[in-house]
Design a protein around this ligand. Structure first.
Ligand code: BDP
Length: 604
């Protein structure tokens, strides 16, 4: 799915700003039939939850409404007019005046509506977007709604981050010509010093297609005709971690006279990704991931995309020597992916399938365990929603050179009956949609190399491990031993690359101790060092992602004090003591793994 851009044949109007806003107290008011009667206004993009002082808005379960007038540019006569919502978390319903033009479920991927028939160039219309924050057993992430004794609806969920909702990313109006490019797929390879670029262009009607590759100076380096083909770029400059290089693929659609009727540019980087033995290779060279699991989370905006935080977060990652991050636990804004492309940061791209684990629920609440995979809990209809989340993630992000791996779930109950039946078709689907990138999932602590039922289906084994925090709390010597044994087990059993995709300790900035006291800055530092000592003894380990980049908001719980405090940076992005220690470890590595002998990884 192409990101809308302004080109010689397409125009783009950004609809961000202040919109009218109301909480739908009564769902009977749908479909929307008039101006929103409200005093409230809300910014787009932003989650709405933390904007208002009224807790009934923050805790509302159900739909909210956003509304604004939109004028269609006068010059768009004869063009298709489209609306694009980058994200409506978790379900969006879009009305042009009184007409429902789109409904989309999935809070972190974009959707569009062709509204040409409902608007006129130069005219104004009322754009209303309903956004529903409800999570059920058939949404990603899943959740459930209960009714309290006094009749209030309450949302519960199994993931450890606040259920921020609203229009957290941009909304656009754009035009495209009657005959146009619908989609572009780019797959790159390296053949010595030559880059190969397999491209495929989908148009909405049969039409001649011409493509050109331009280098970063705008010089044409390869060209071809036809909707599918391979370009060869001699003396290619590959896209490398830490040294991004992007080419433009300019796609022209022509009419019978050879005139350009549509032109679209898609950026790409030439690089390869491969798993060989227990190595993860980028451009044929072993790559060692250093970095974080992140969140889209900032004060007041919640999950609202913010370019200032985008730039600052990437600055902090560069400062600390992070060469990569995981989009835990949902697809991030496309601006983030593009920034990673331009700055050579490697991304593990994750779906919003987090919380498919009822064993964790039993552990946290002390309730009797329920089967995770069953018709009453997570069954075929859940898997259908999960499959759709995978389709939409890959459709959106397939052309990003920064994305080197798909992560299709975080901490599912992969050691439980039914896990294999649930996951096997999803892994197959992912590979069919993208045969070029490795596929992974992040394994929960209860899933061990002995009881996990799905690990062999995947290419890389990402494991989330909290020895020294949830297990062997405050006893780092034991934690280090446990961790090493655990990692050796995975390495020995599966012979695949292993990555520790989460390890971390809650830390209150300013809390100090002479001893190994959890929550202190010293403890976070010592915890990371103990983990690193164990990591460096495991040959098959290809990366370390600390949990988390920054402190983030969670739902109310006795397990969290003002949110999750495992950040290496505070929520305001101030460094805790551990940040400086990580910098000392990561900066000199430059994507290579340290070993106890001081040697770096070699290709097998
Ligand atoms: C892991 C989850 C992550 C949590 C983290 C934690 O993957 O979302 O925030 O633990 O407990 O289980 O801090």
């Amino acid at each position: 799915m192409l990101k809308p851009r302004s080109t010689a044949t397409r125009e783009l109007v950004n609809l961000d700003g202040i919109w009218r806003f109301a909480v739908a107290r009564d769902s009977a008011c749908e479909p929307w039939t008039g101006p929103l009667d409200t005093r409230l206004e809300a910014p787009v993009p932003a989650s709405y939850n933390d904007l208002f002082t009224d807790s009934a808005i923050r805790d509302h379960v159900g739909r909210v409404w956003y509304q604004r007038p939109v004028r269609v540019p006068r010059g768009w006569a004869g063009e298709r007019v489209l609306l694009r919502v980058d994200a409506a978390t978790h379900e969006g319903t879009v009305y042009v005046d009184d007409v429902l033009v789109a409904r989309h479920v999935g809070g972190y991927t974009p959707f569009e509506a062709d509204i040409t028939e409902h608007v006129r160039p130069g005219g104004e219309f009322r754009l209303t977007i309903g956004v529903n924050n409800e999570l059920t057993r058939v949404t990603m992430p899943p959740g459930s709604i209960t009714v309290t004794q006094d009749g209030r609806r309450k949302q519960t969920y199994l993931h450890d981050f606040y259920n921020y909702a609203g229009l957290a990313r941009s909304v656009w109006l754009y035009s495209k010509p009657a005959v146009h490019v619908d989609d572009i797929t780019i797959v790159t390879g390296l053949d010595g010093a030559t880059g190969t670029v397999d491209y495929s262009v989908e148009t909405n009607a049969p039409a001649p297609v011409r493509v050109r590759a331009l280098d970063a100076h705008g010089t044409e380096v390869a060209a071809a005709e036809g909707p599918n083909g391979t370009l060869r770029i001699d003396d290619v400059t590959p896209w490398r971690p830490g040294a991004a290089y992007l080419y433009d693929l300019v796609v022209d659609v022509l009419d019978g006279d050879g005139e350009v009727v549509d032109t679209v540019t898609e950026q790409f980087g030439v690089r390869t990704v491969e798993v060989r033995g227990s190595r993860f290779l980028i451009n044929g060279e072993p790559f060692y991931f250093t970095g974080f699991g992140k969140h889209e989370d900032t004060p007041v905006r919640g999950k609202g995309h913010d370019d200032a935080y985008l730039v600052h977060d990437f600055q902090l990652m560069e400062w600390i020597g992070a060469n990569s991050f995981r989009t835990s636990h949902y697809p991030y804004a496309e601006e983030v992916m593009e920034f990673a492309d331009r700055h050579g940061i490697v991304v593990i791209d994750e779906t919003a399938a987090v919380g498919l684990n009822l064993a964790v629920e039993a552990g946290l609440l002390g309730t009797p365990p329920r089967a995770t995979f069953s018709d009453e809990t997570f069954g075929d209809d859940t898997r259908a929603a999960h499959a759709q989340a995978i389709r939409e993630l890959i459709a959106r992000d397939k052309n990003h050179p920064s994305v080197v791996m798909w992560c299709i779930a975080n901490e599912p109950s992969s050691n439980e009956r039914g896990a294999r039946e649930y996951f096997e078709p999803l892994v197959e689907l992912t590979r069919t949609l993208d045969p070029t990138r490795p596929v992974t999932y992040a394994a929960v602590m209860f899933a061990t190399h002995e009881n996990d039922l799905i690990a062999d289906l995947f290419d890389v084994l990402c494991v989330n491990r909290y020895y020294g925090w949830y297990i062997a709390t405050g006893d780092l010597a034991t934690a280090e031993r446990y961790l090493e044994g655990d990692l050796r087990g995975w390495a020995g059993t599966f012979g695949k690359p292993i990555m520790v995709s989460e390890y971390g300790a809650d830390t209150l900035p300013g809390l100090h101790s002479m001893w190994d006291a959890p929550w202190t800055e010293e403890y976070q530092l010592a915890y990371l060092e103990a983990n690193h000592r164990a990591f460096d003894r495991i040959d098959a380990l290809v990366g370390e992602h600390v949990w988390n980049f920054a402190d983030f908001q969670t739902s109310n719980s006795i397990h969290r004090v003002g949110g999750n405090k495992k950040g290496v940076f505070t929520r305001e992005r101030h460094p805790k003591a551990a940040a400086h220690a990580l910098r000392r470890r990561w900066l000199p590595l430059g994507g290579r793994k340290p070993s106890p002998t001081g040697e770096y990884l070699k290709t097998e």
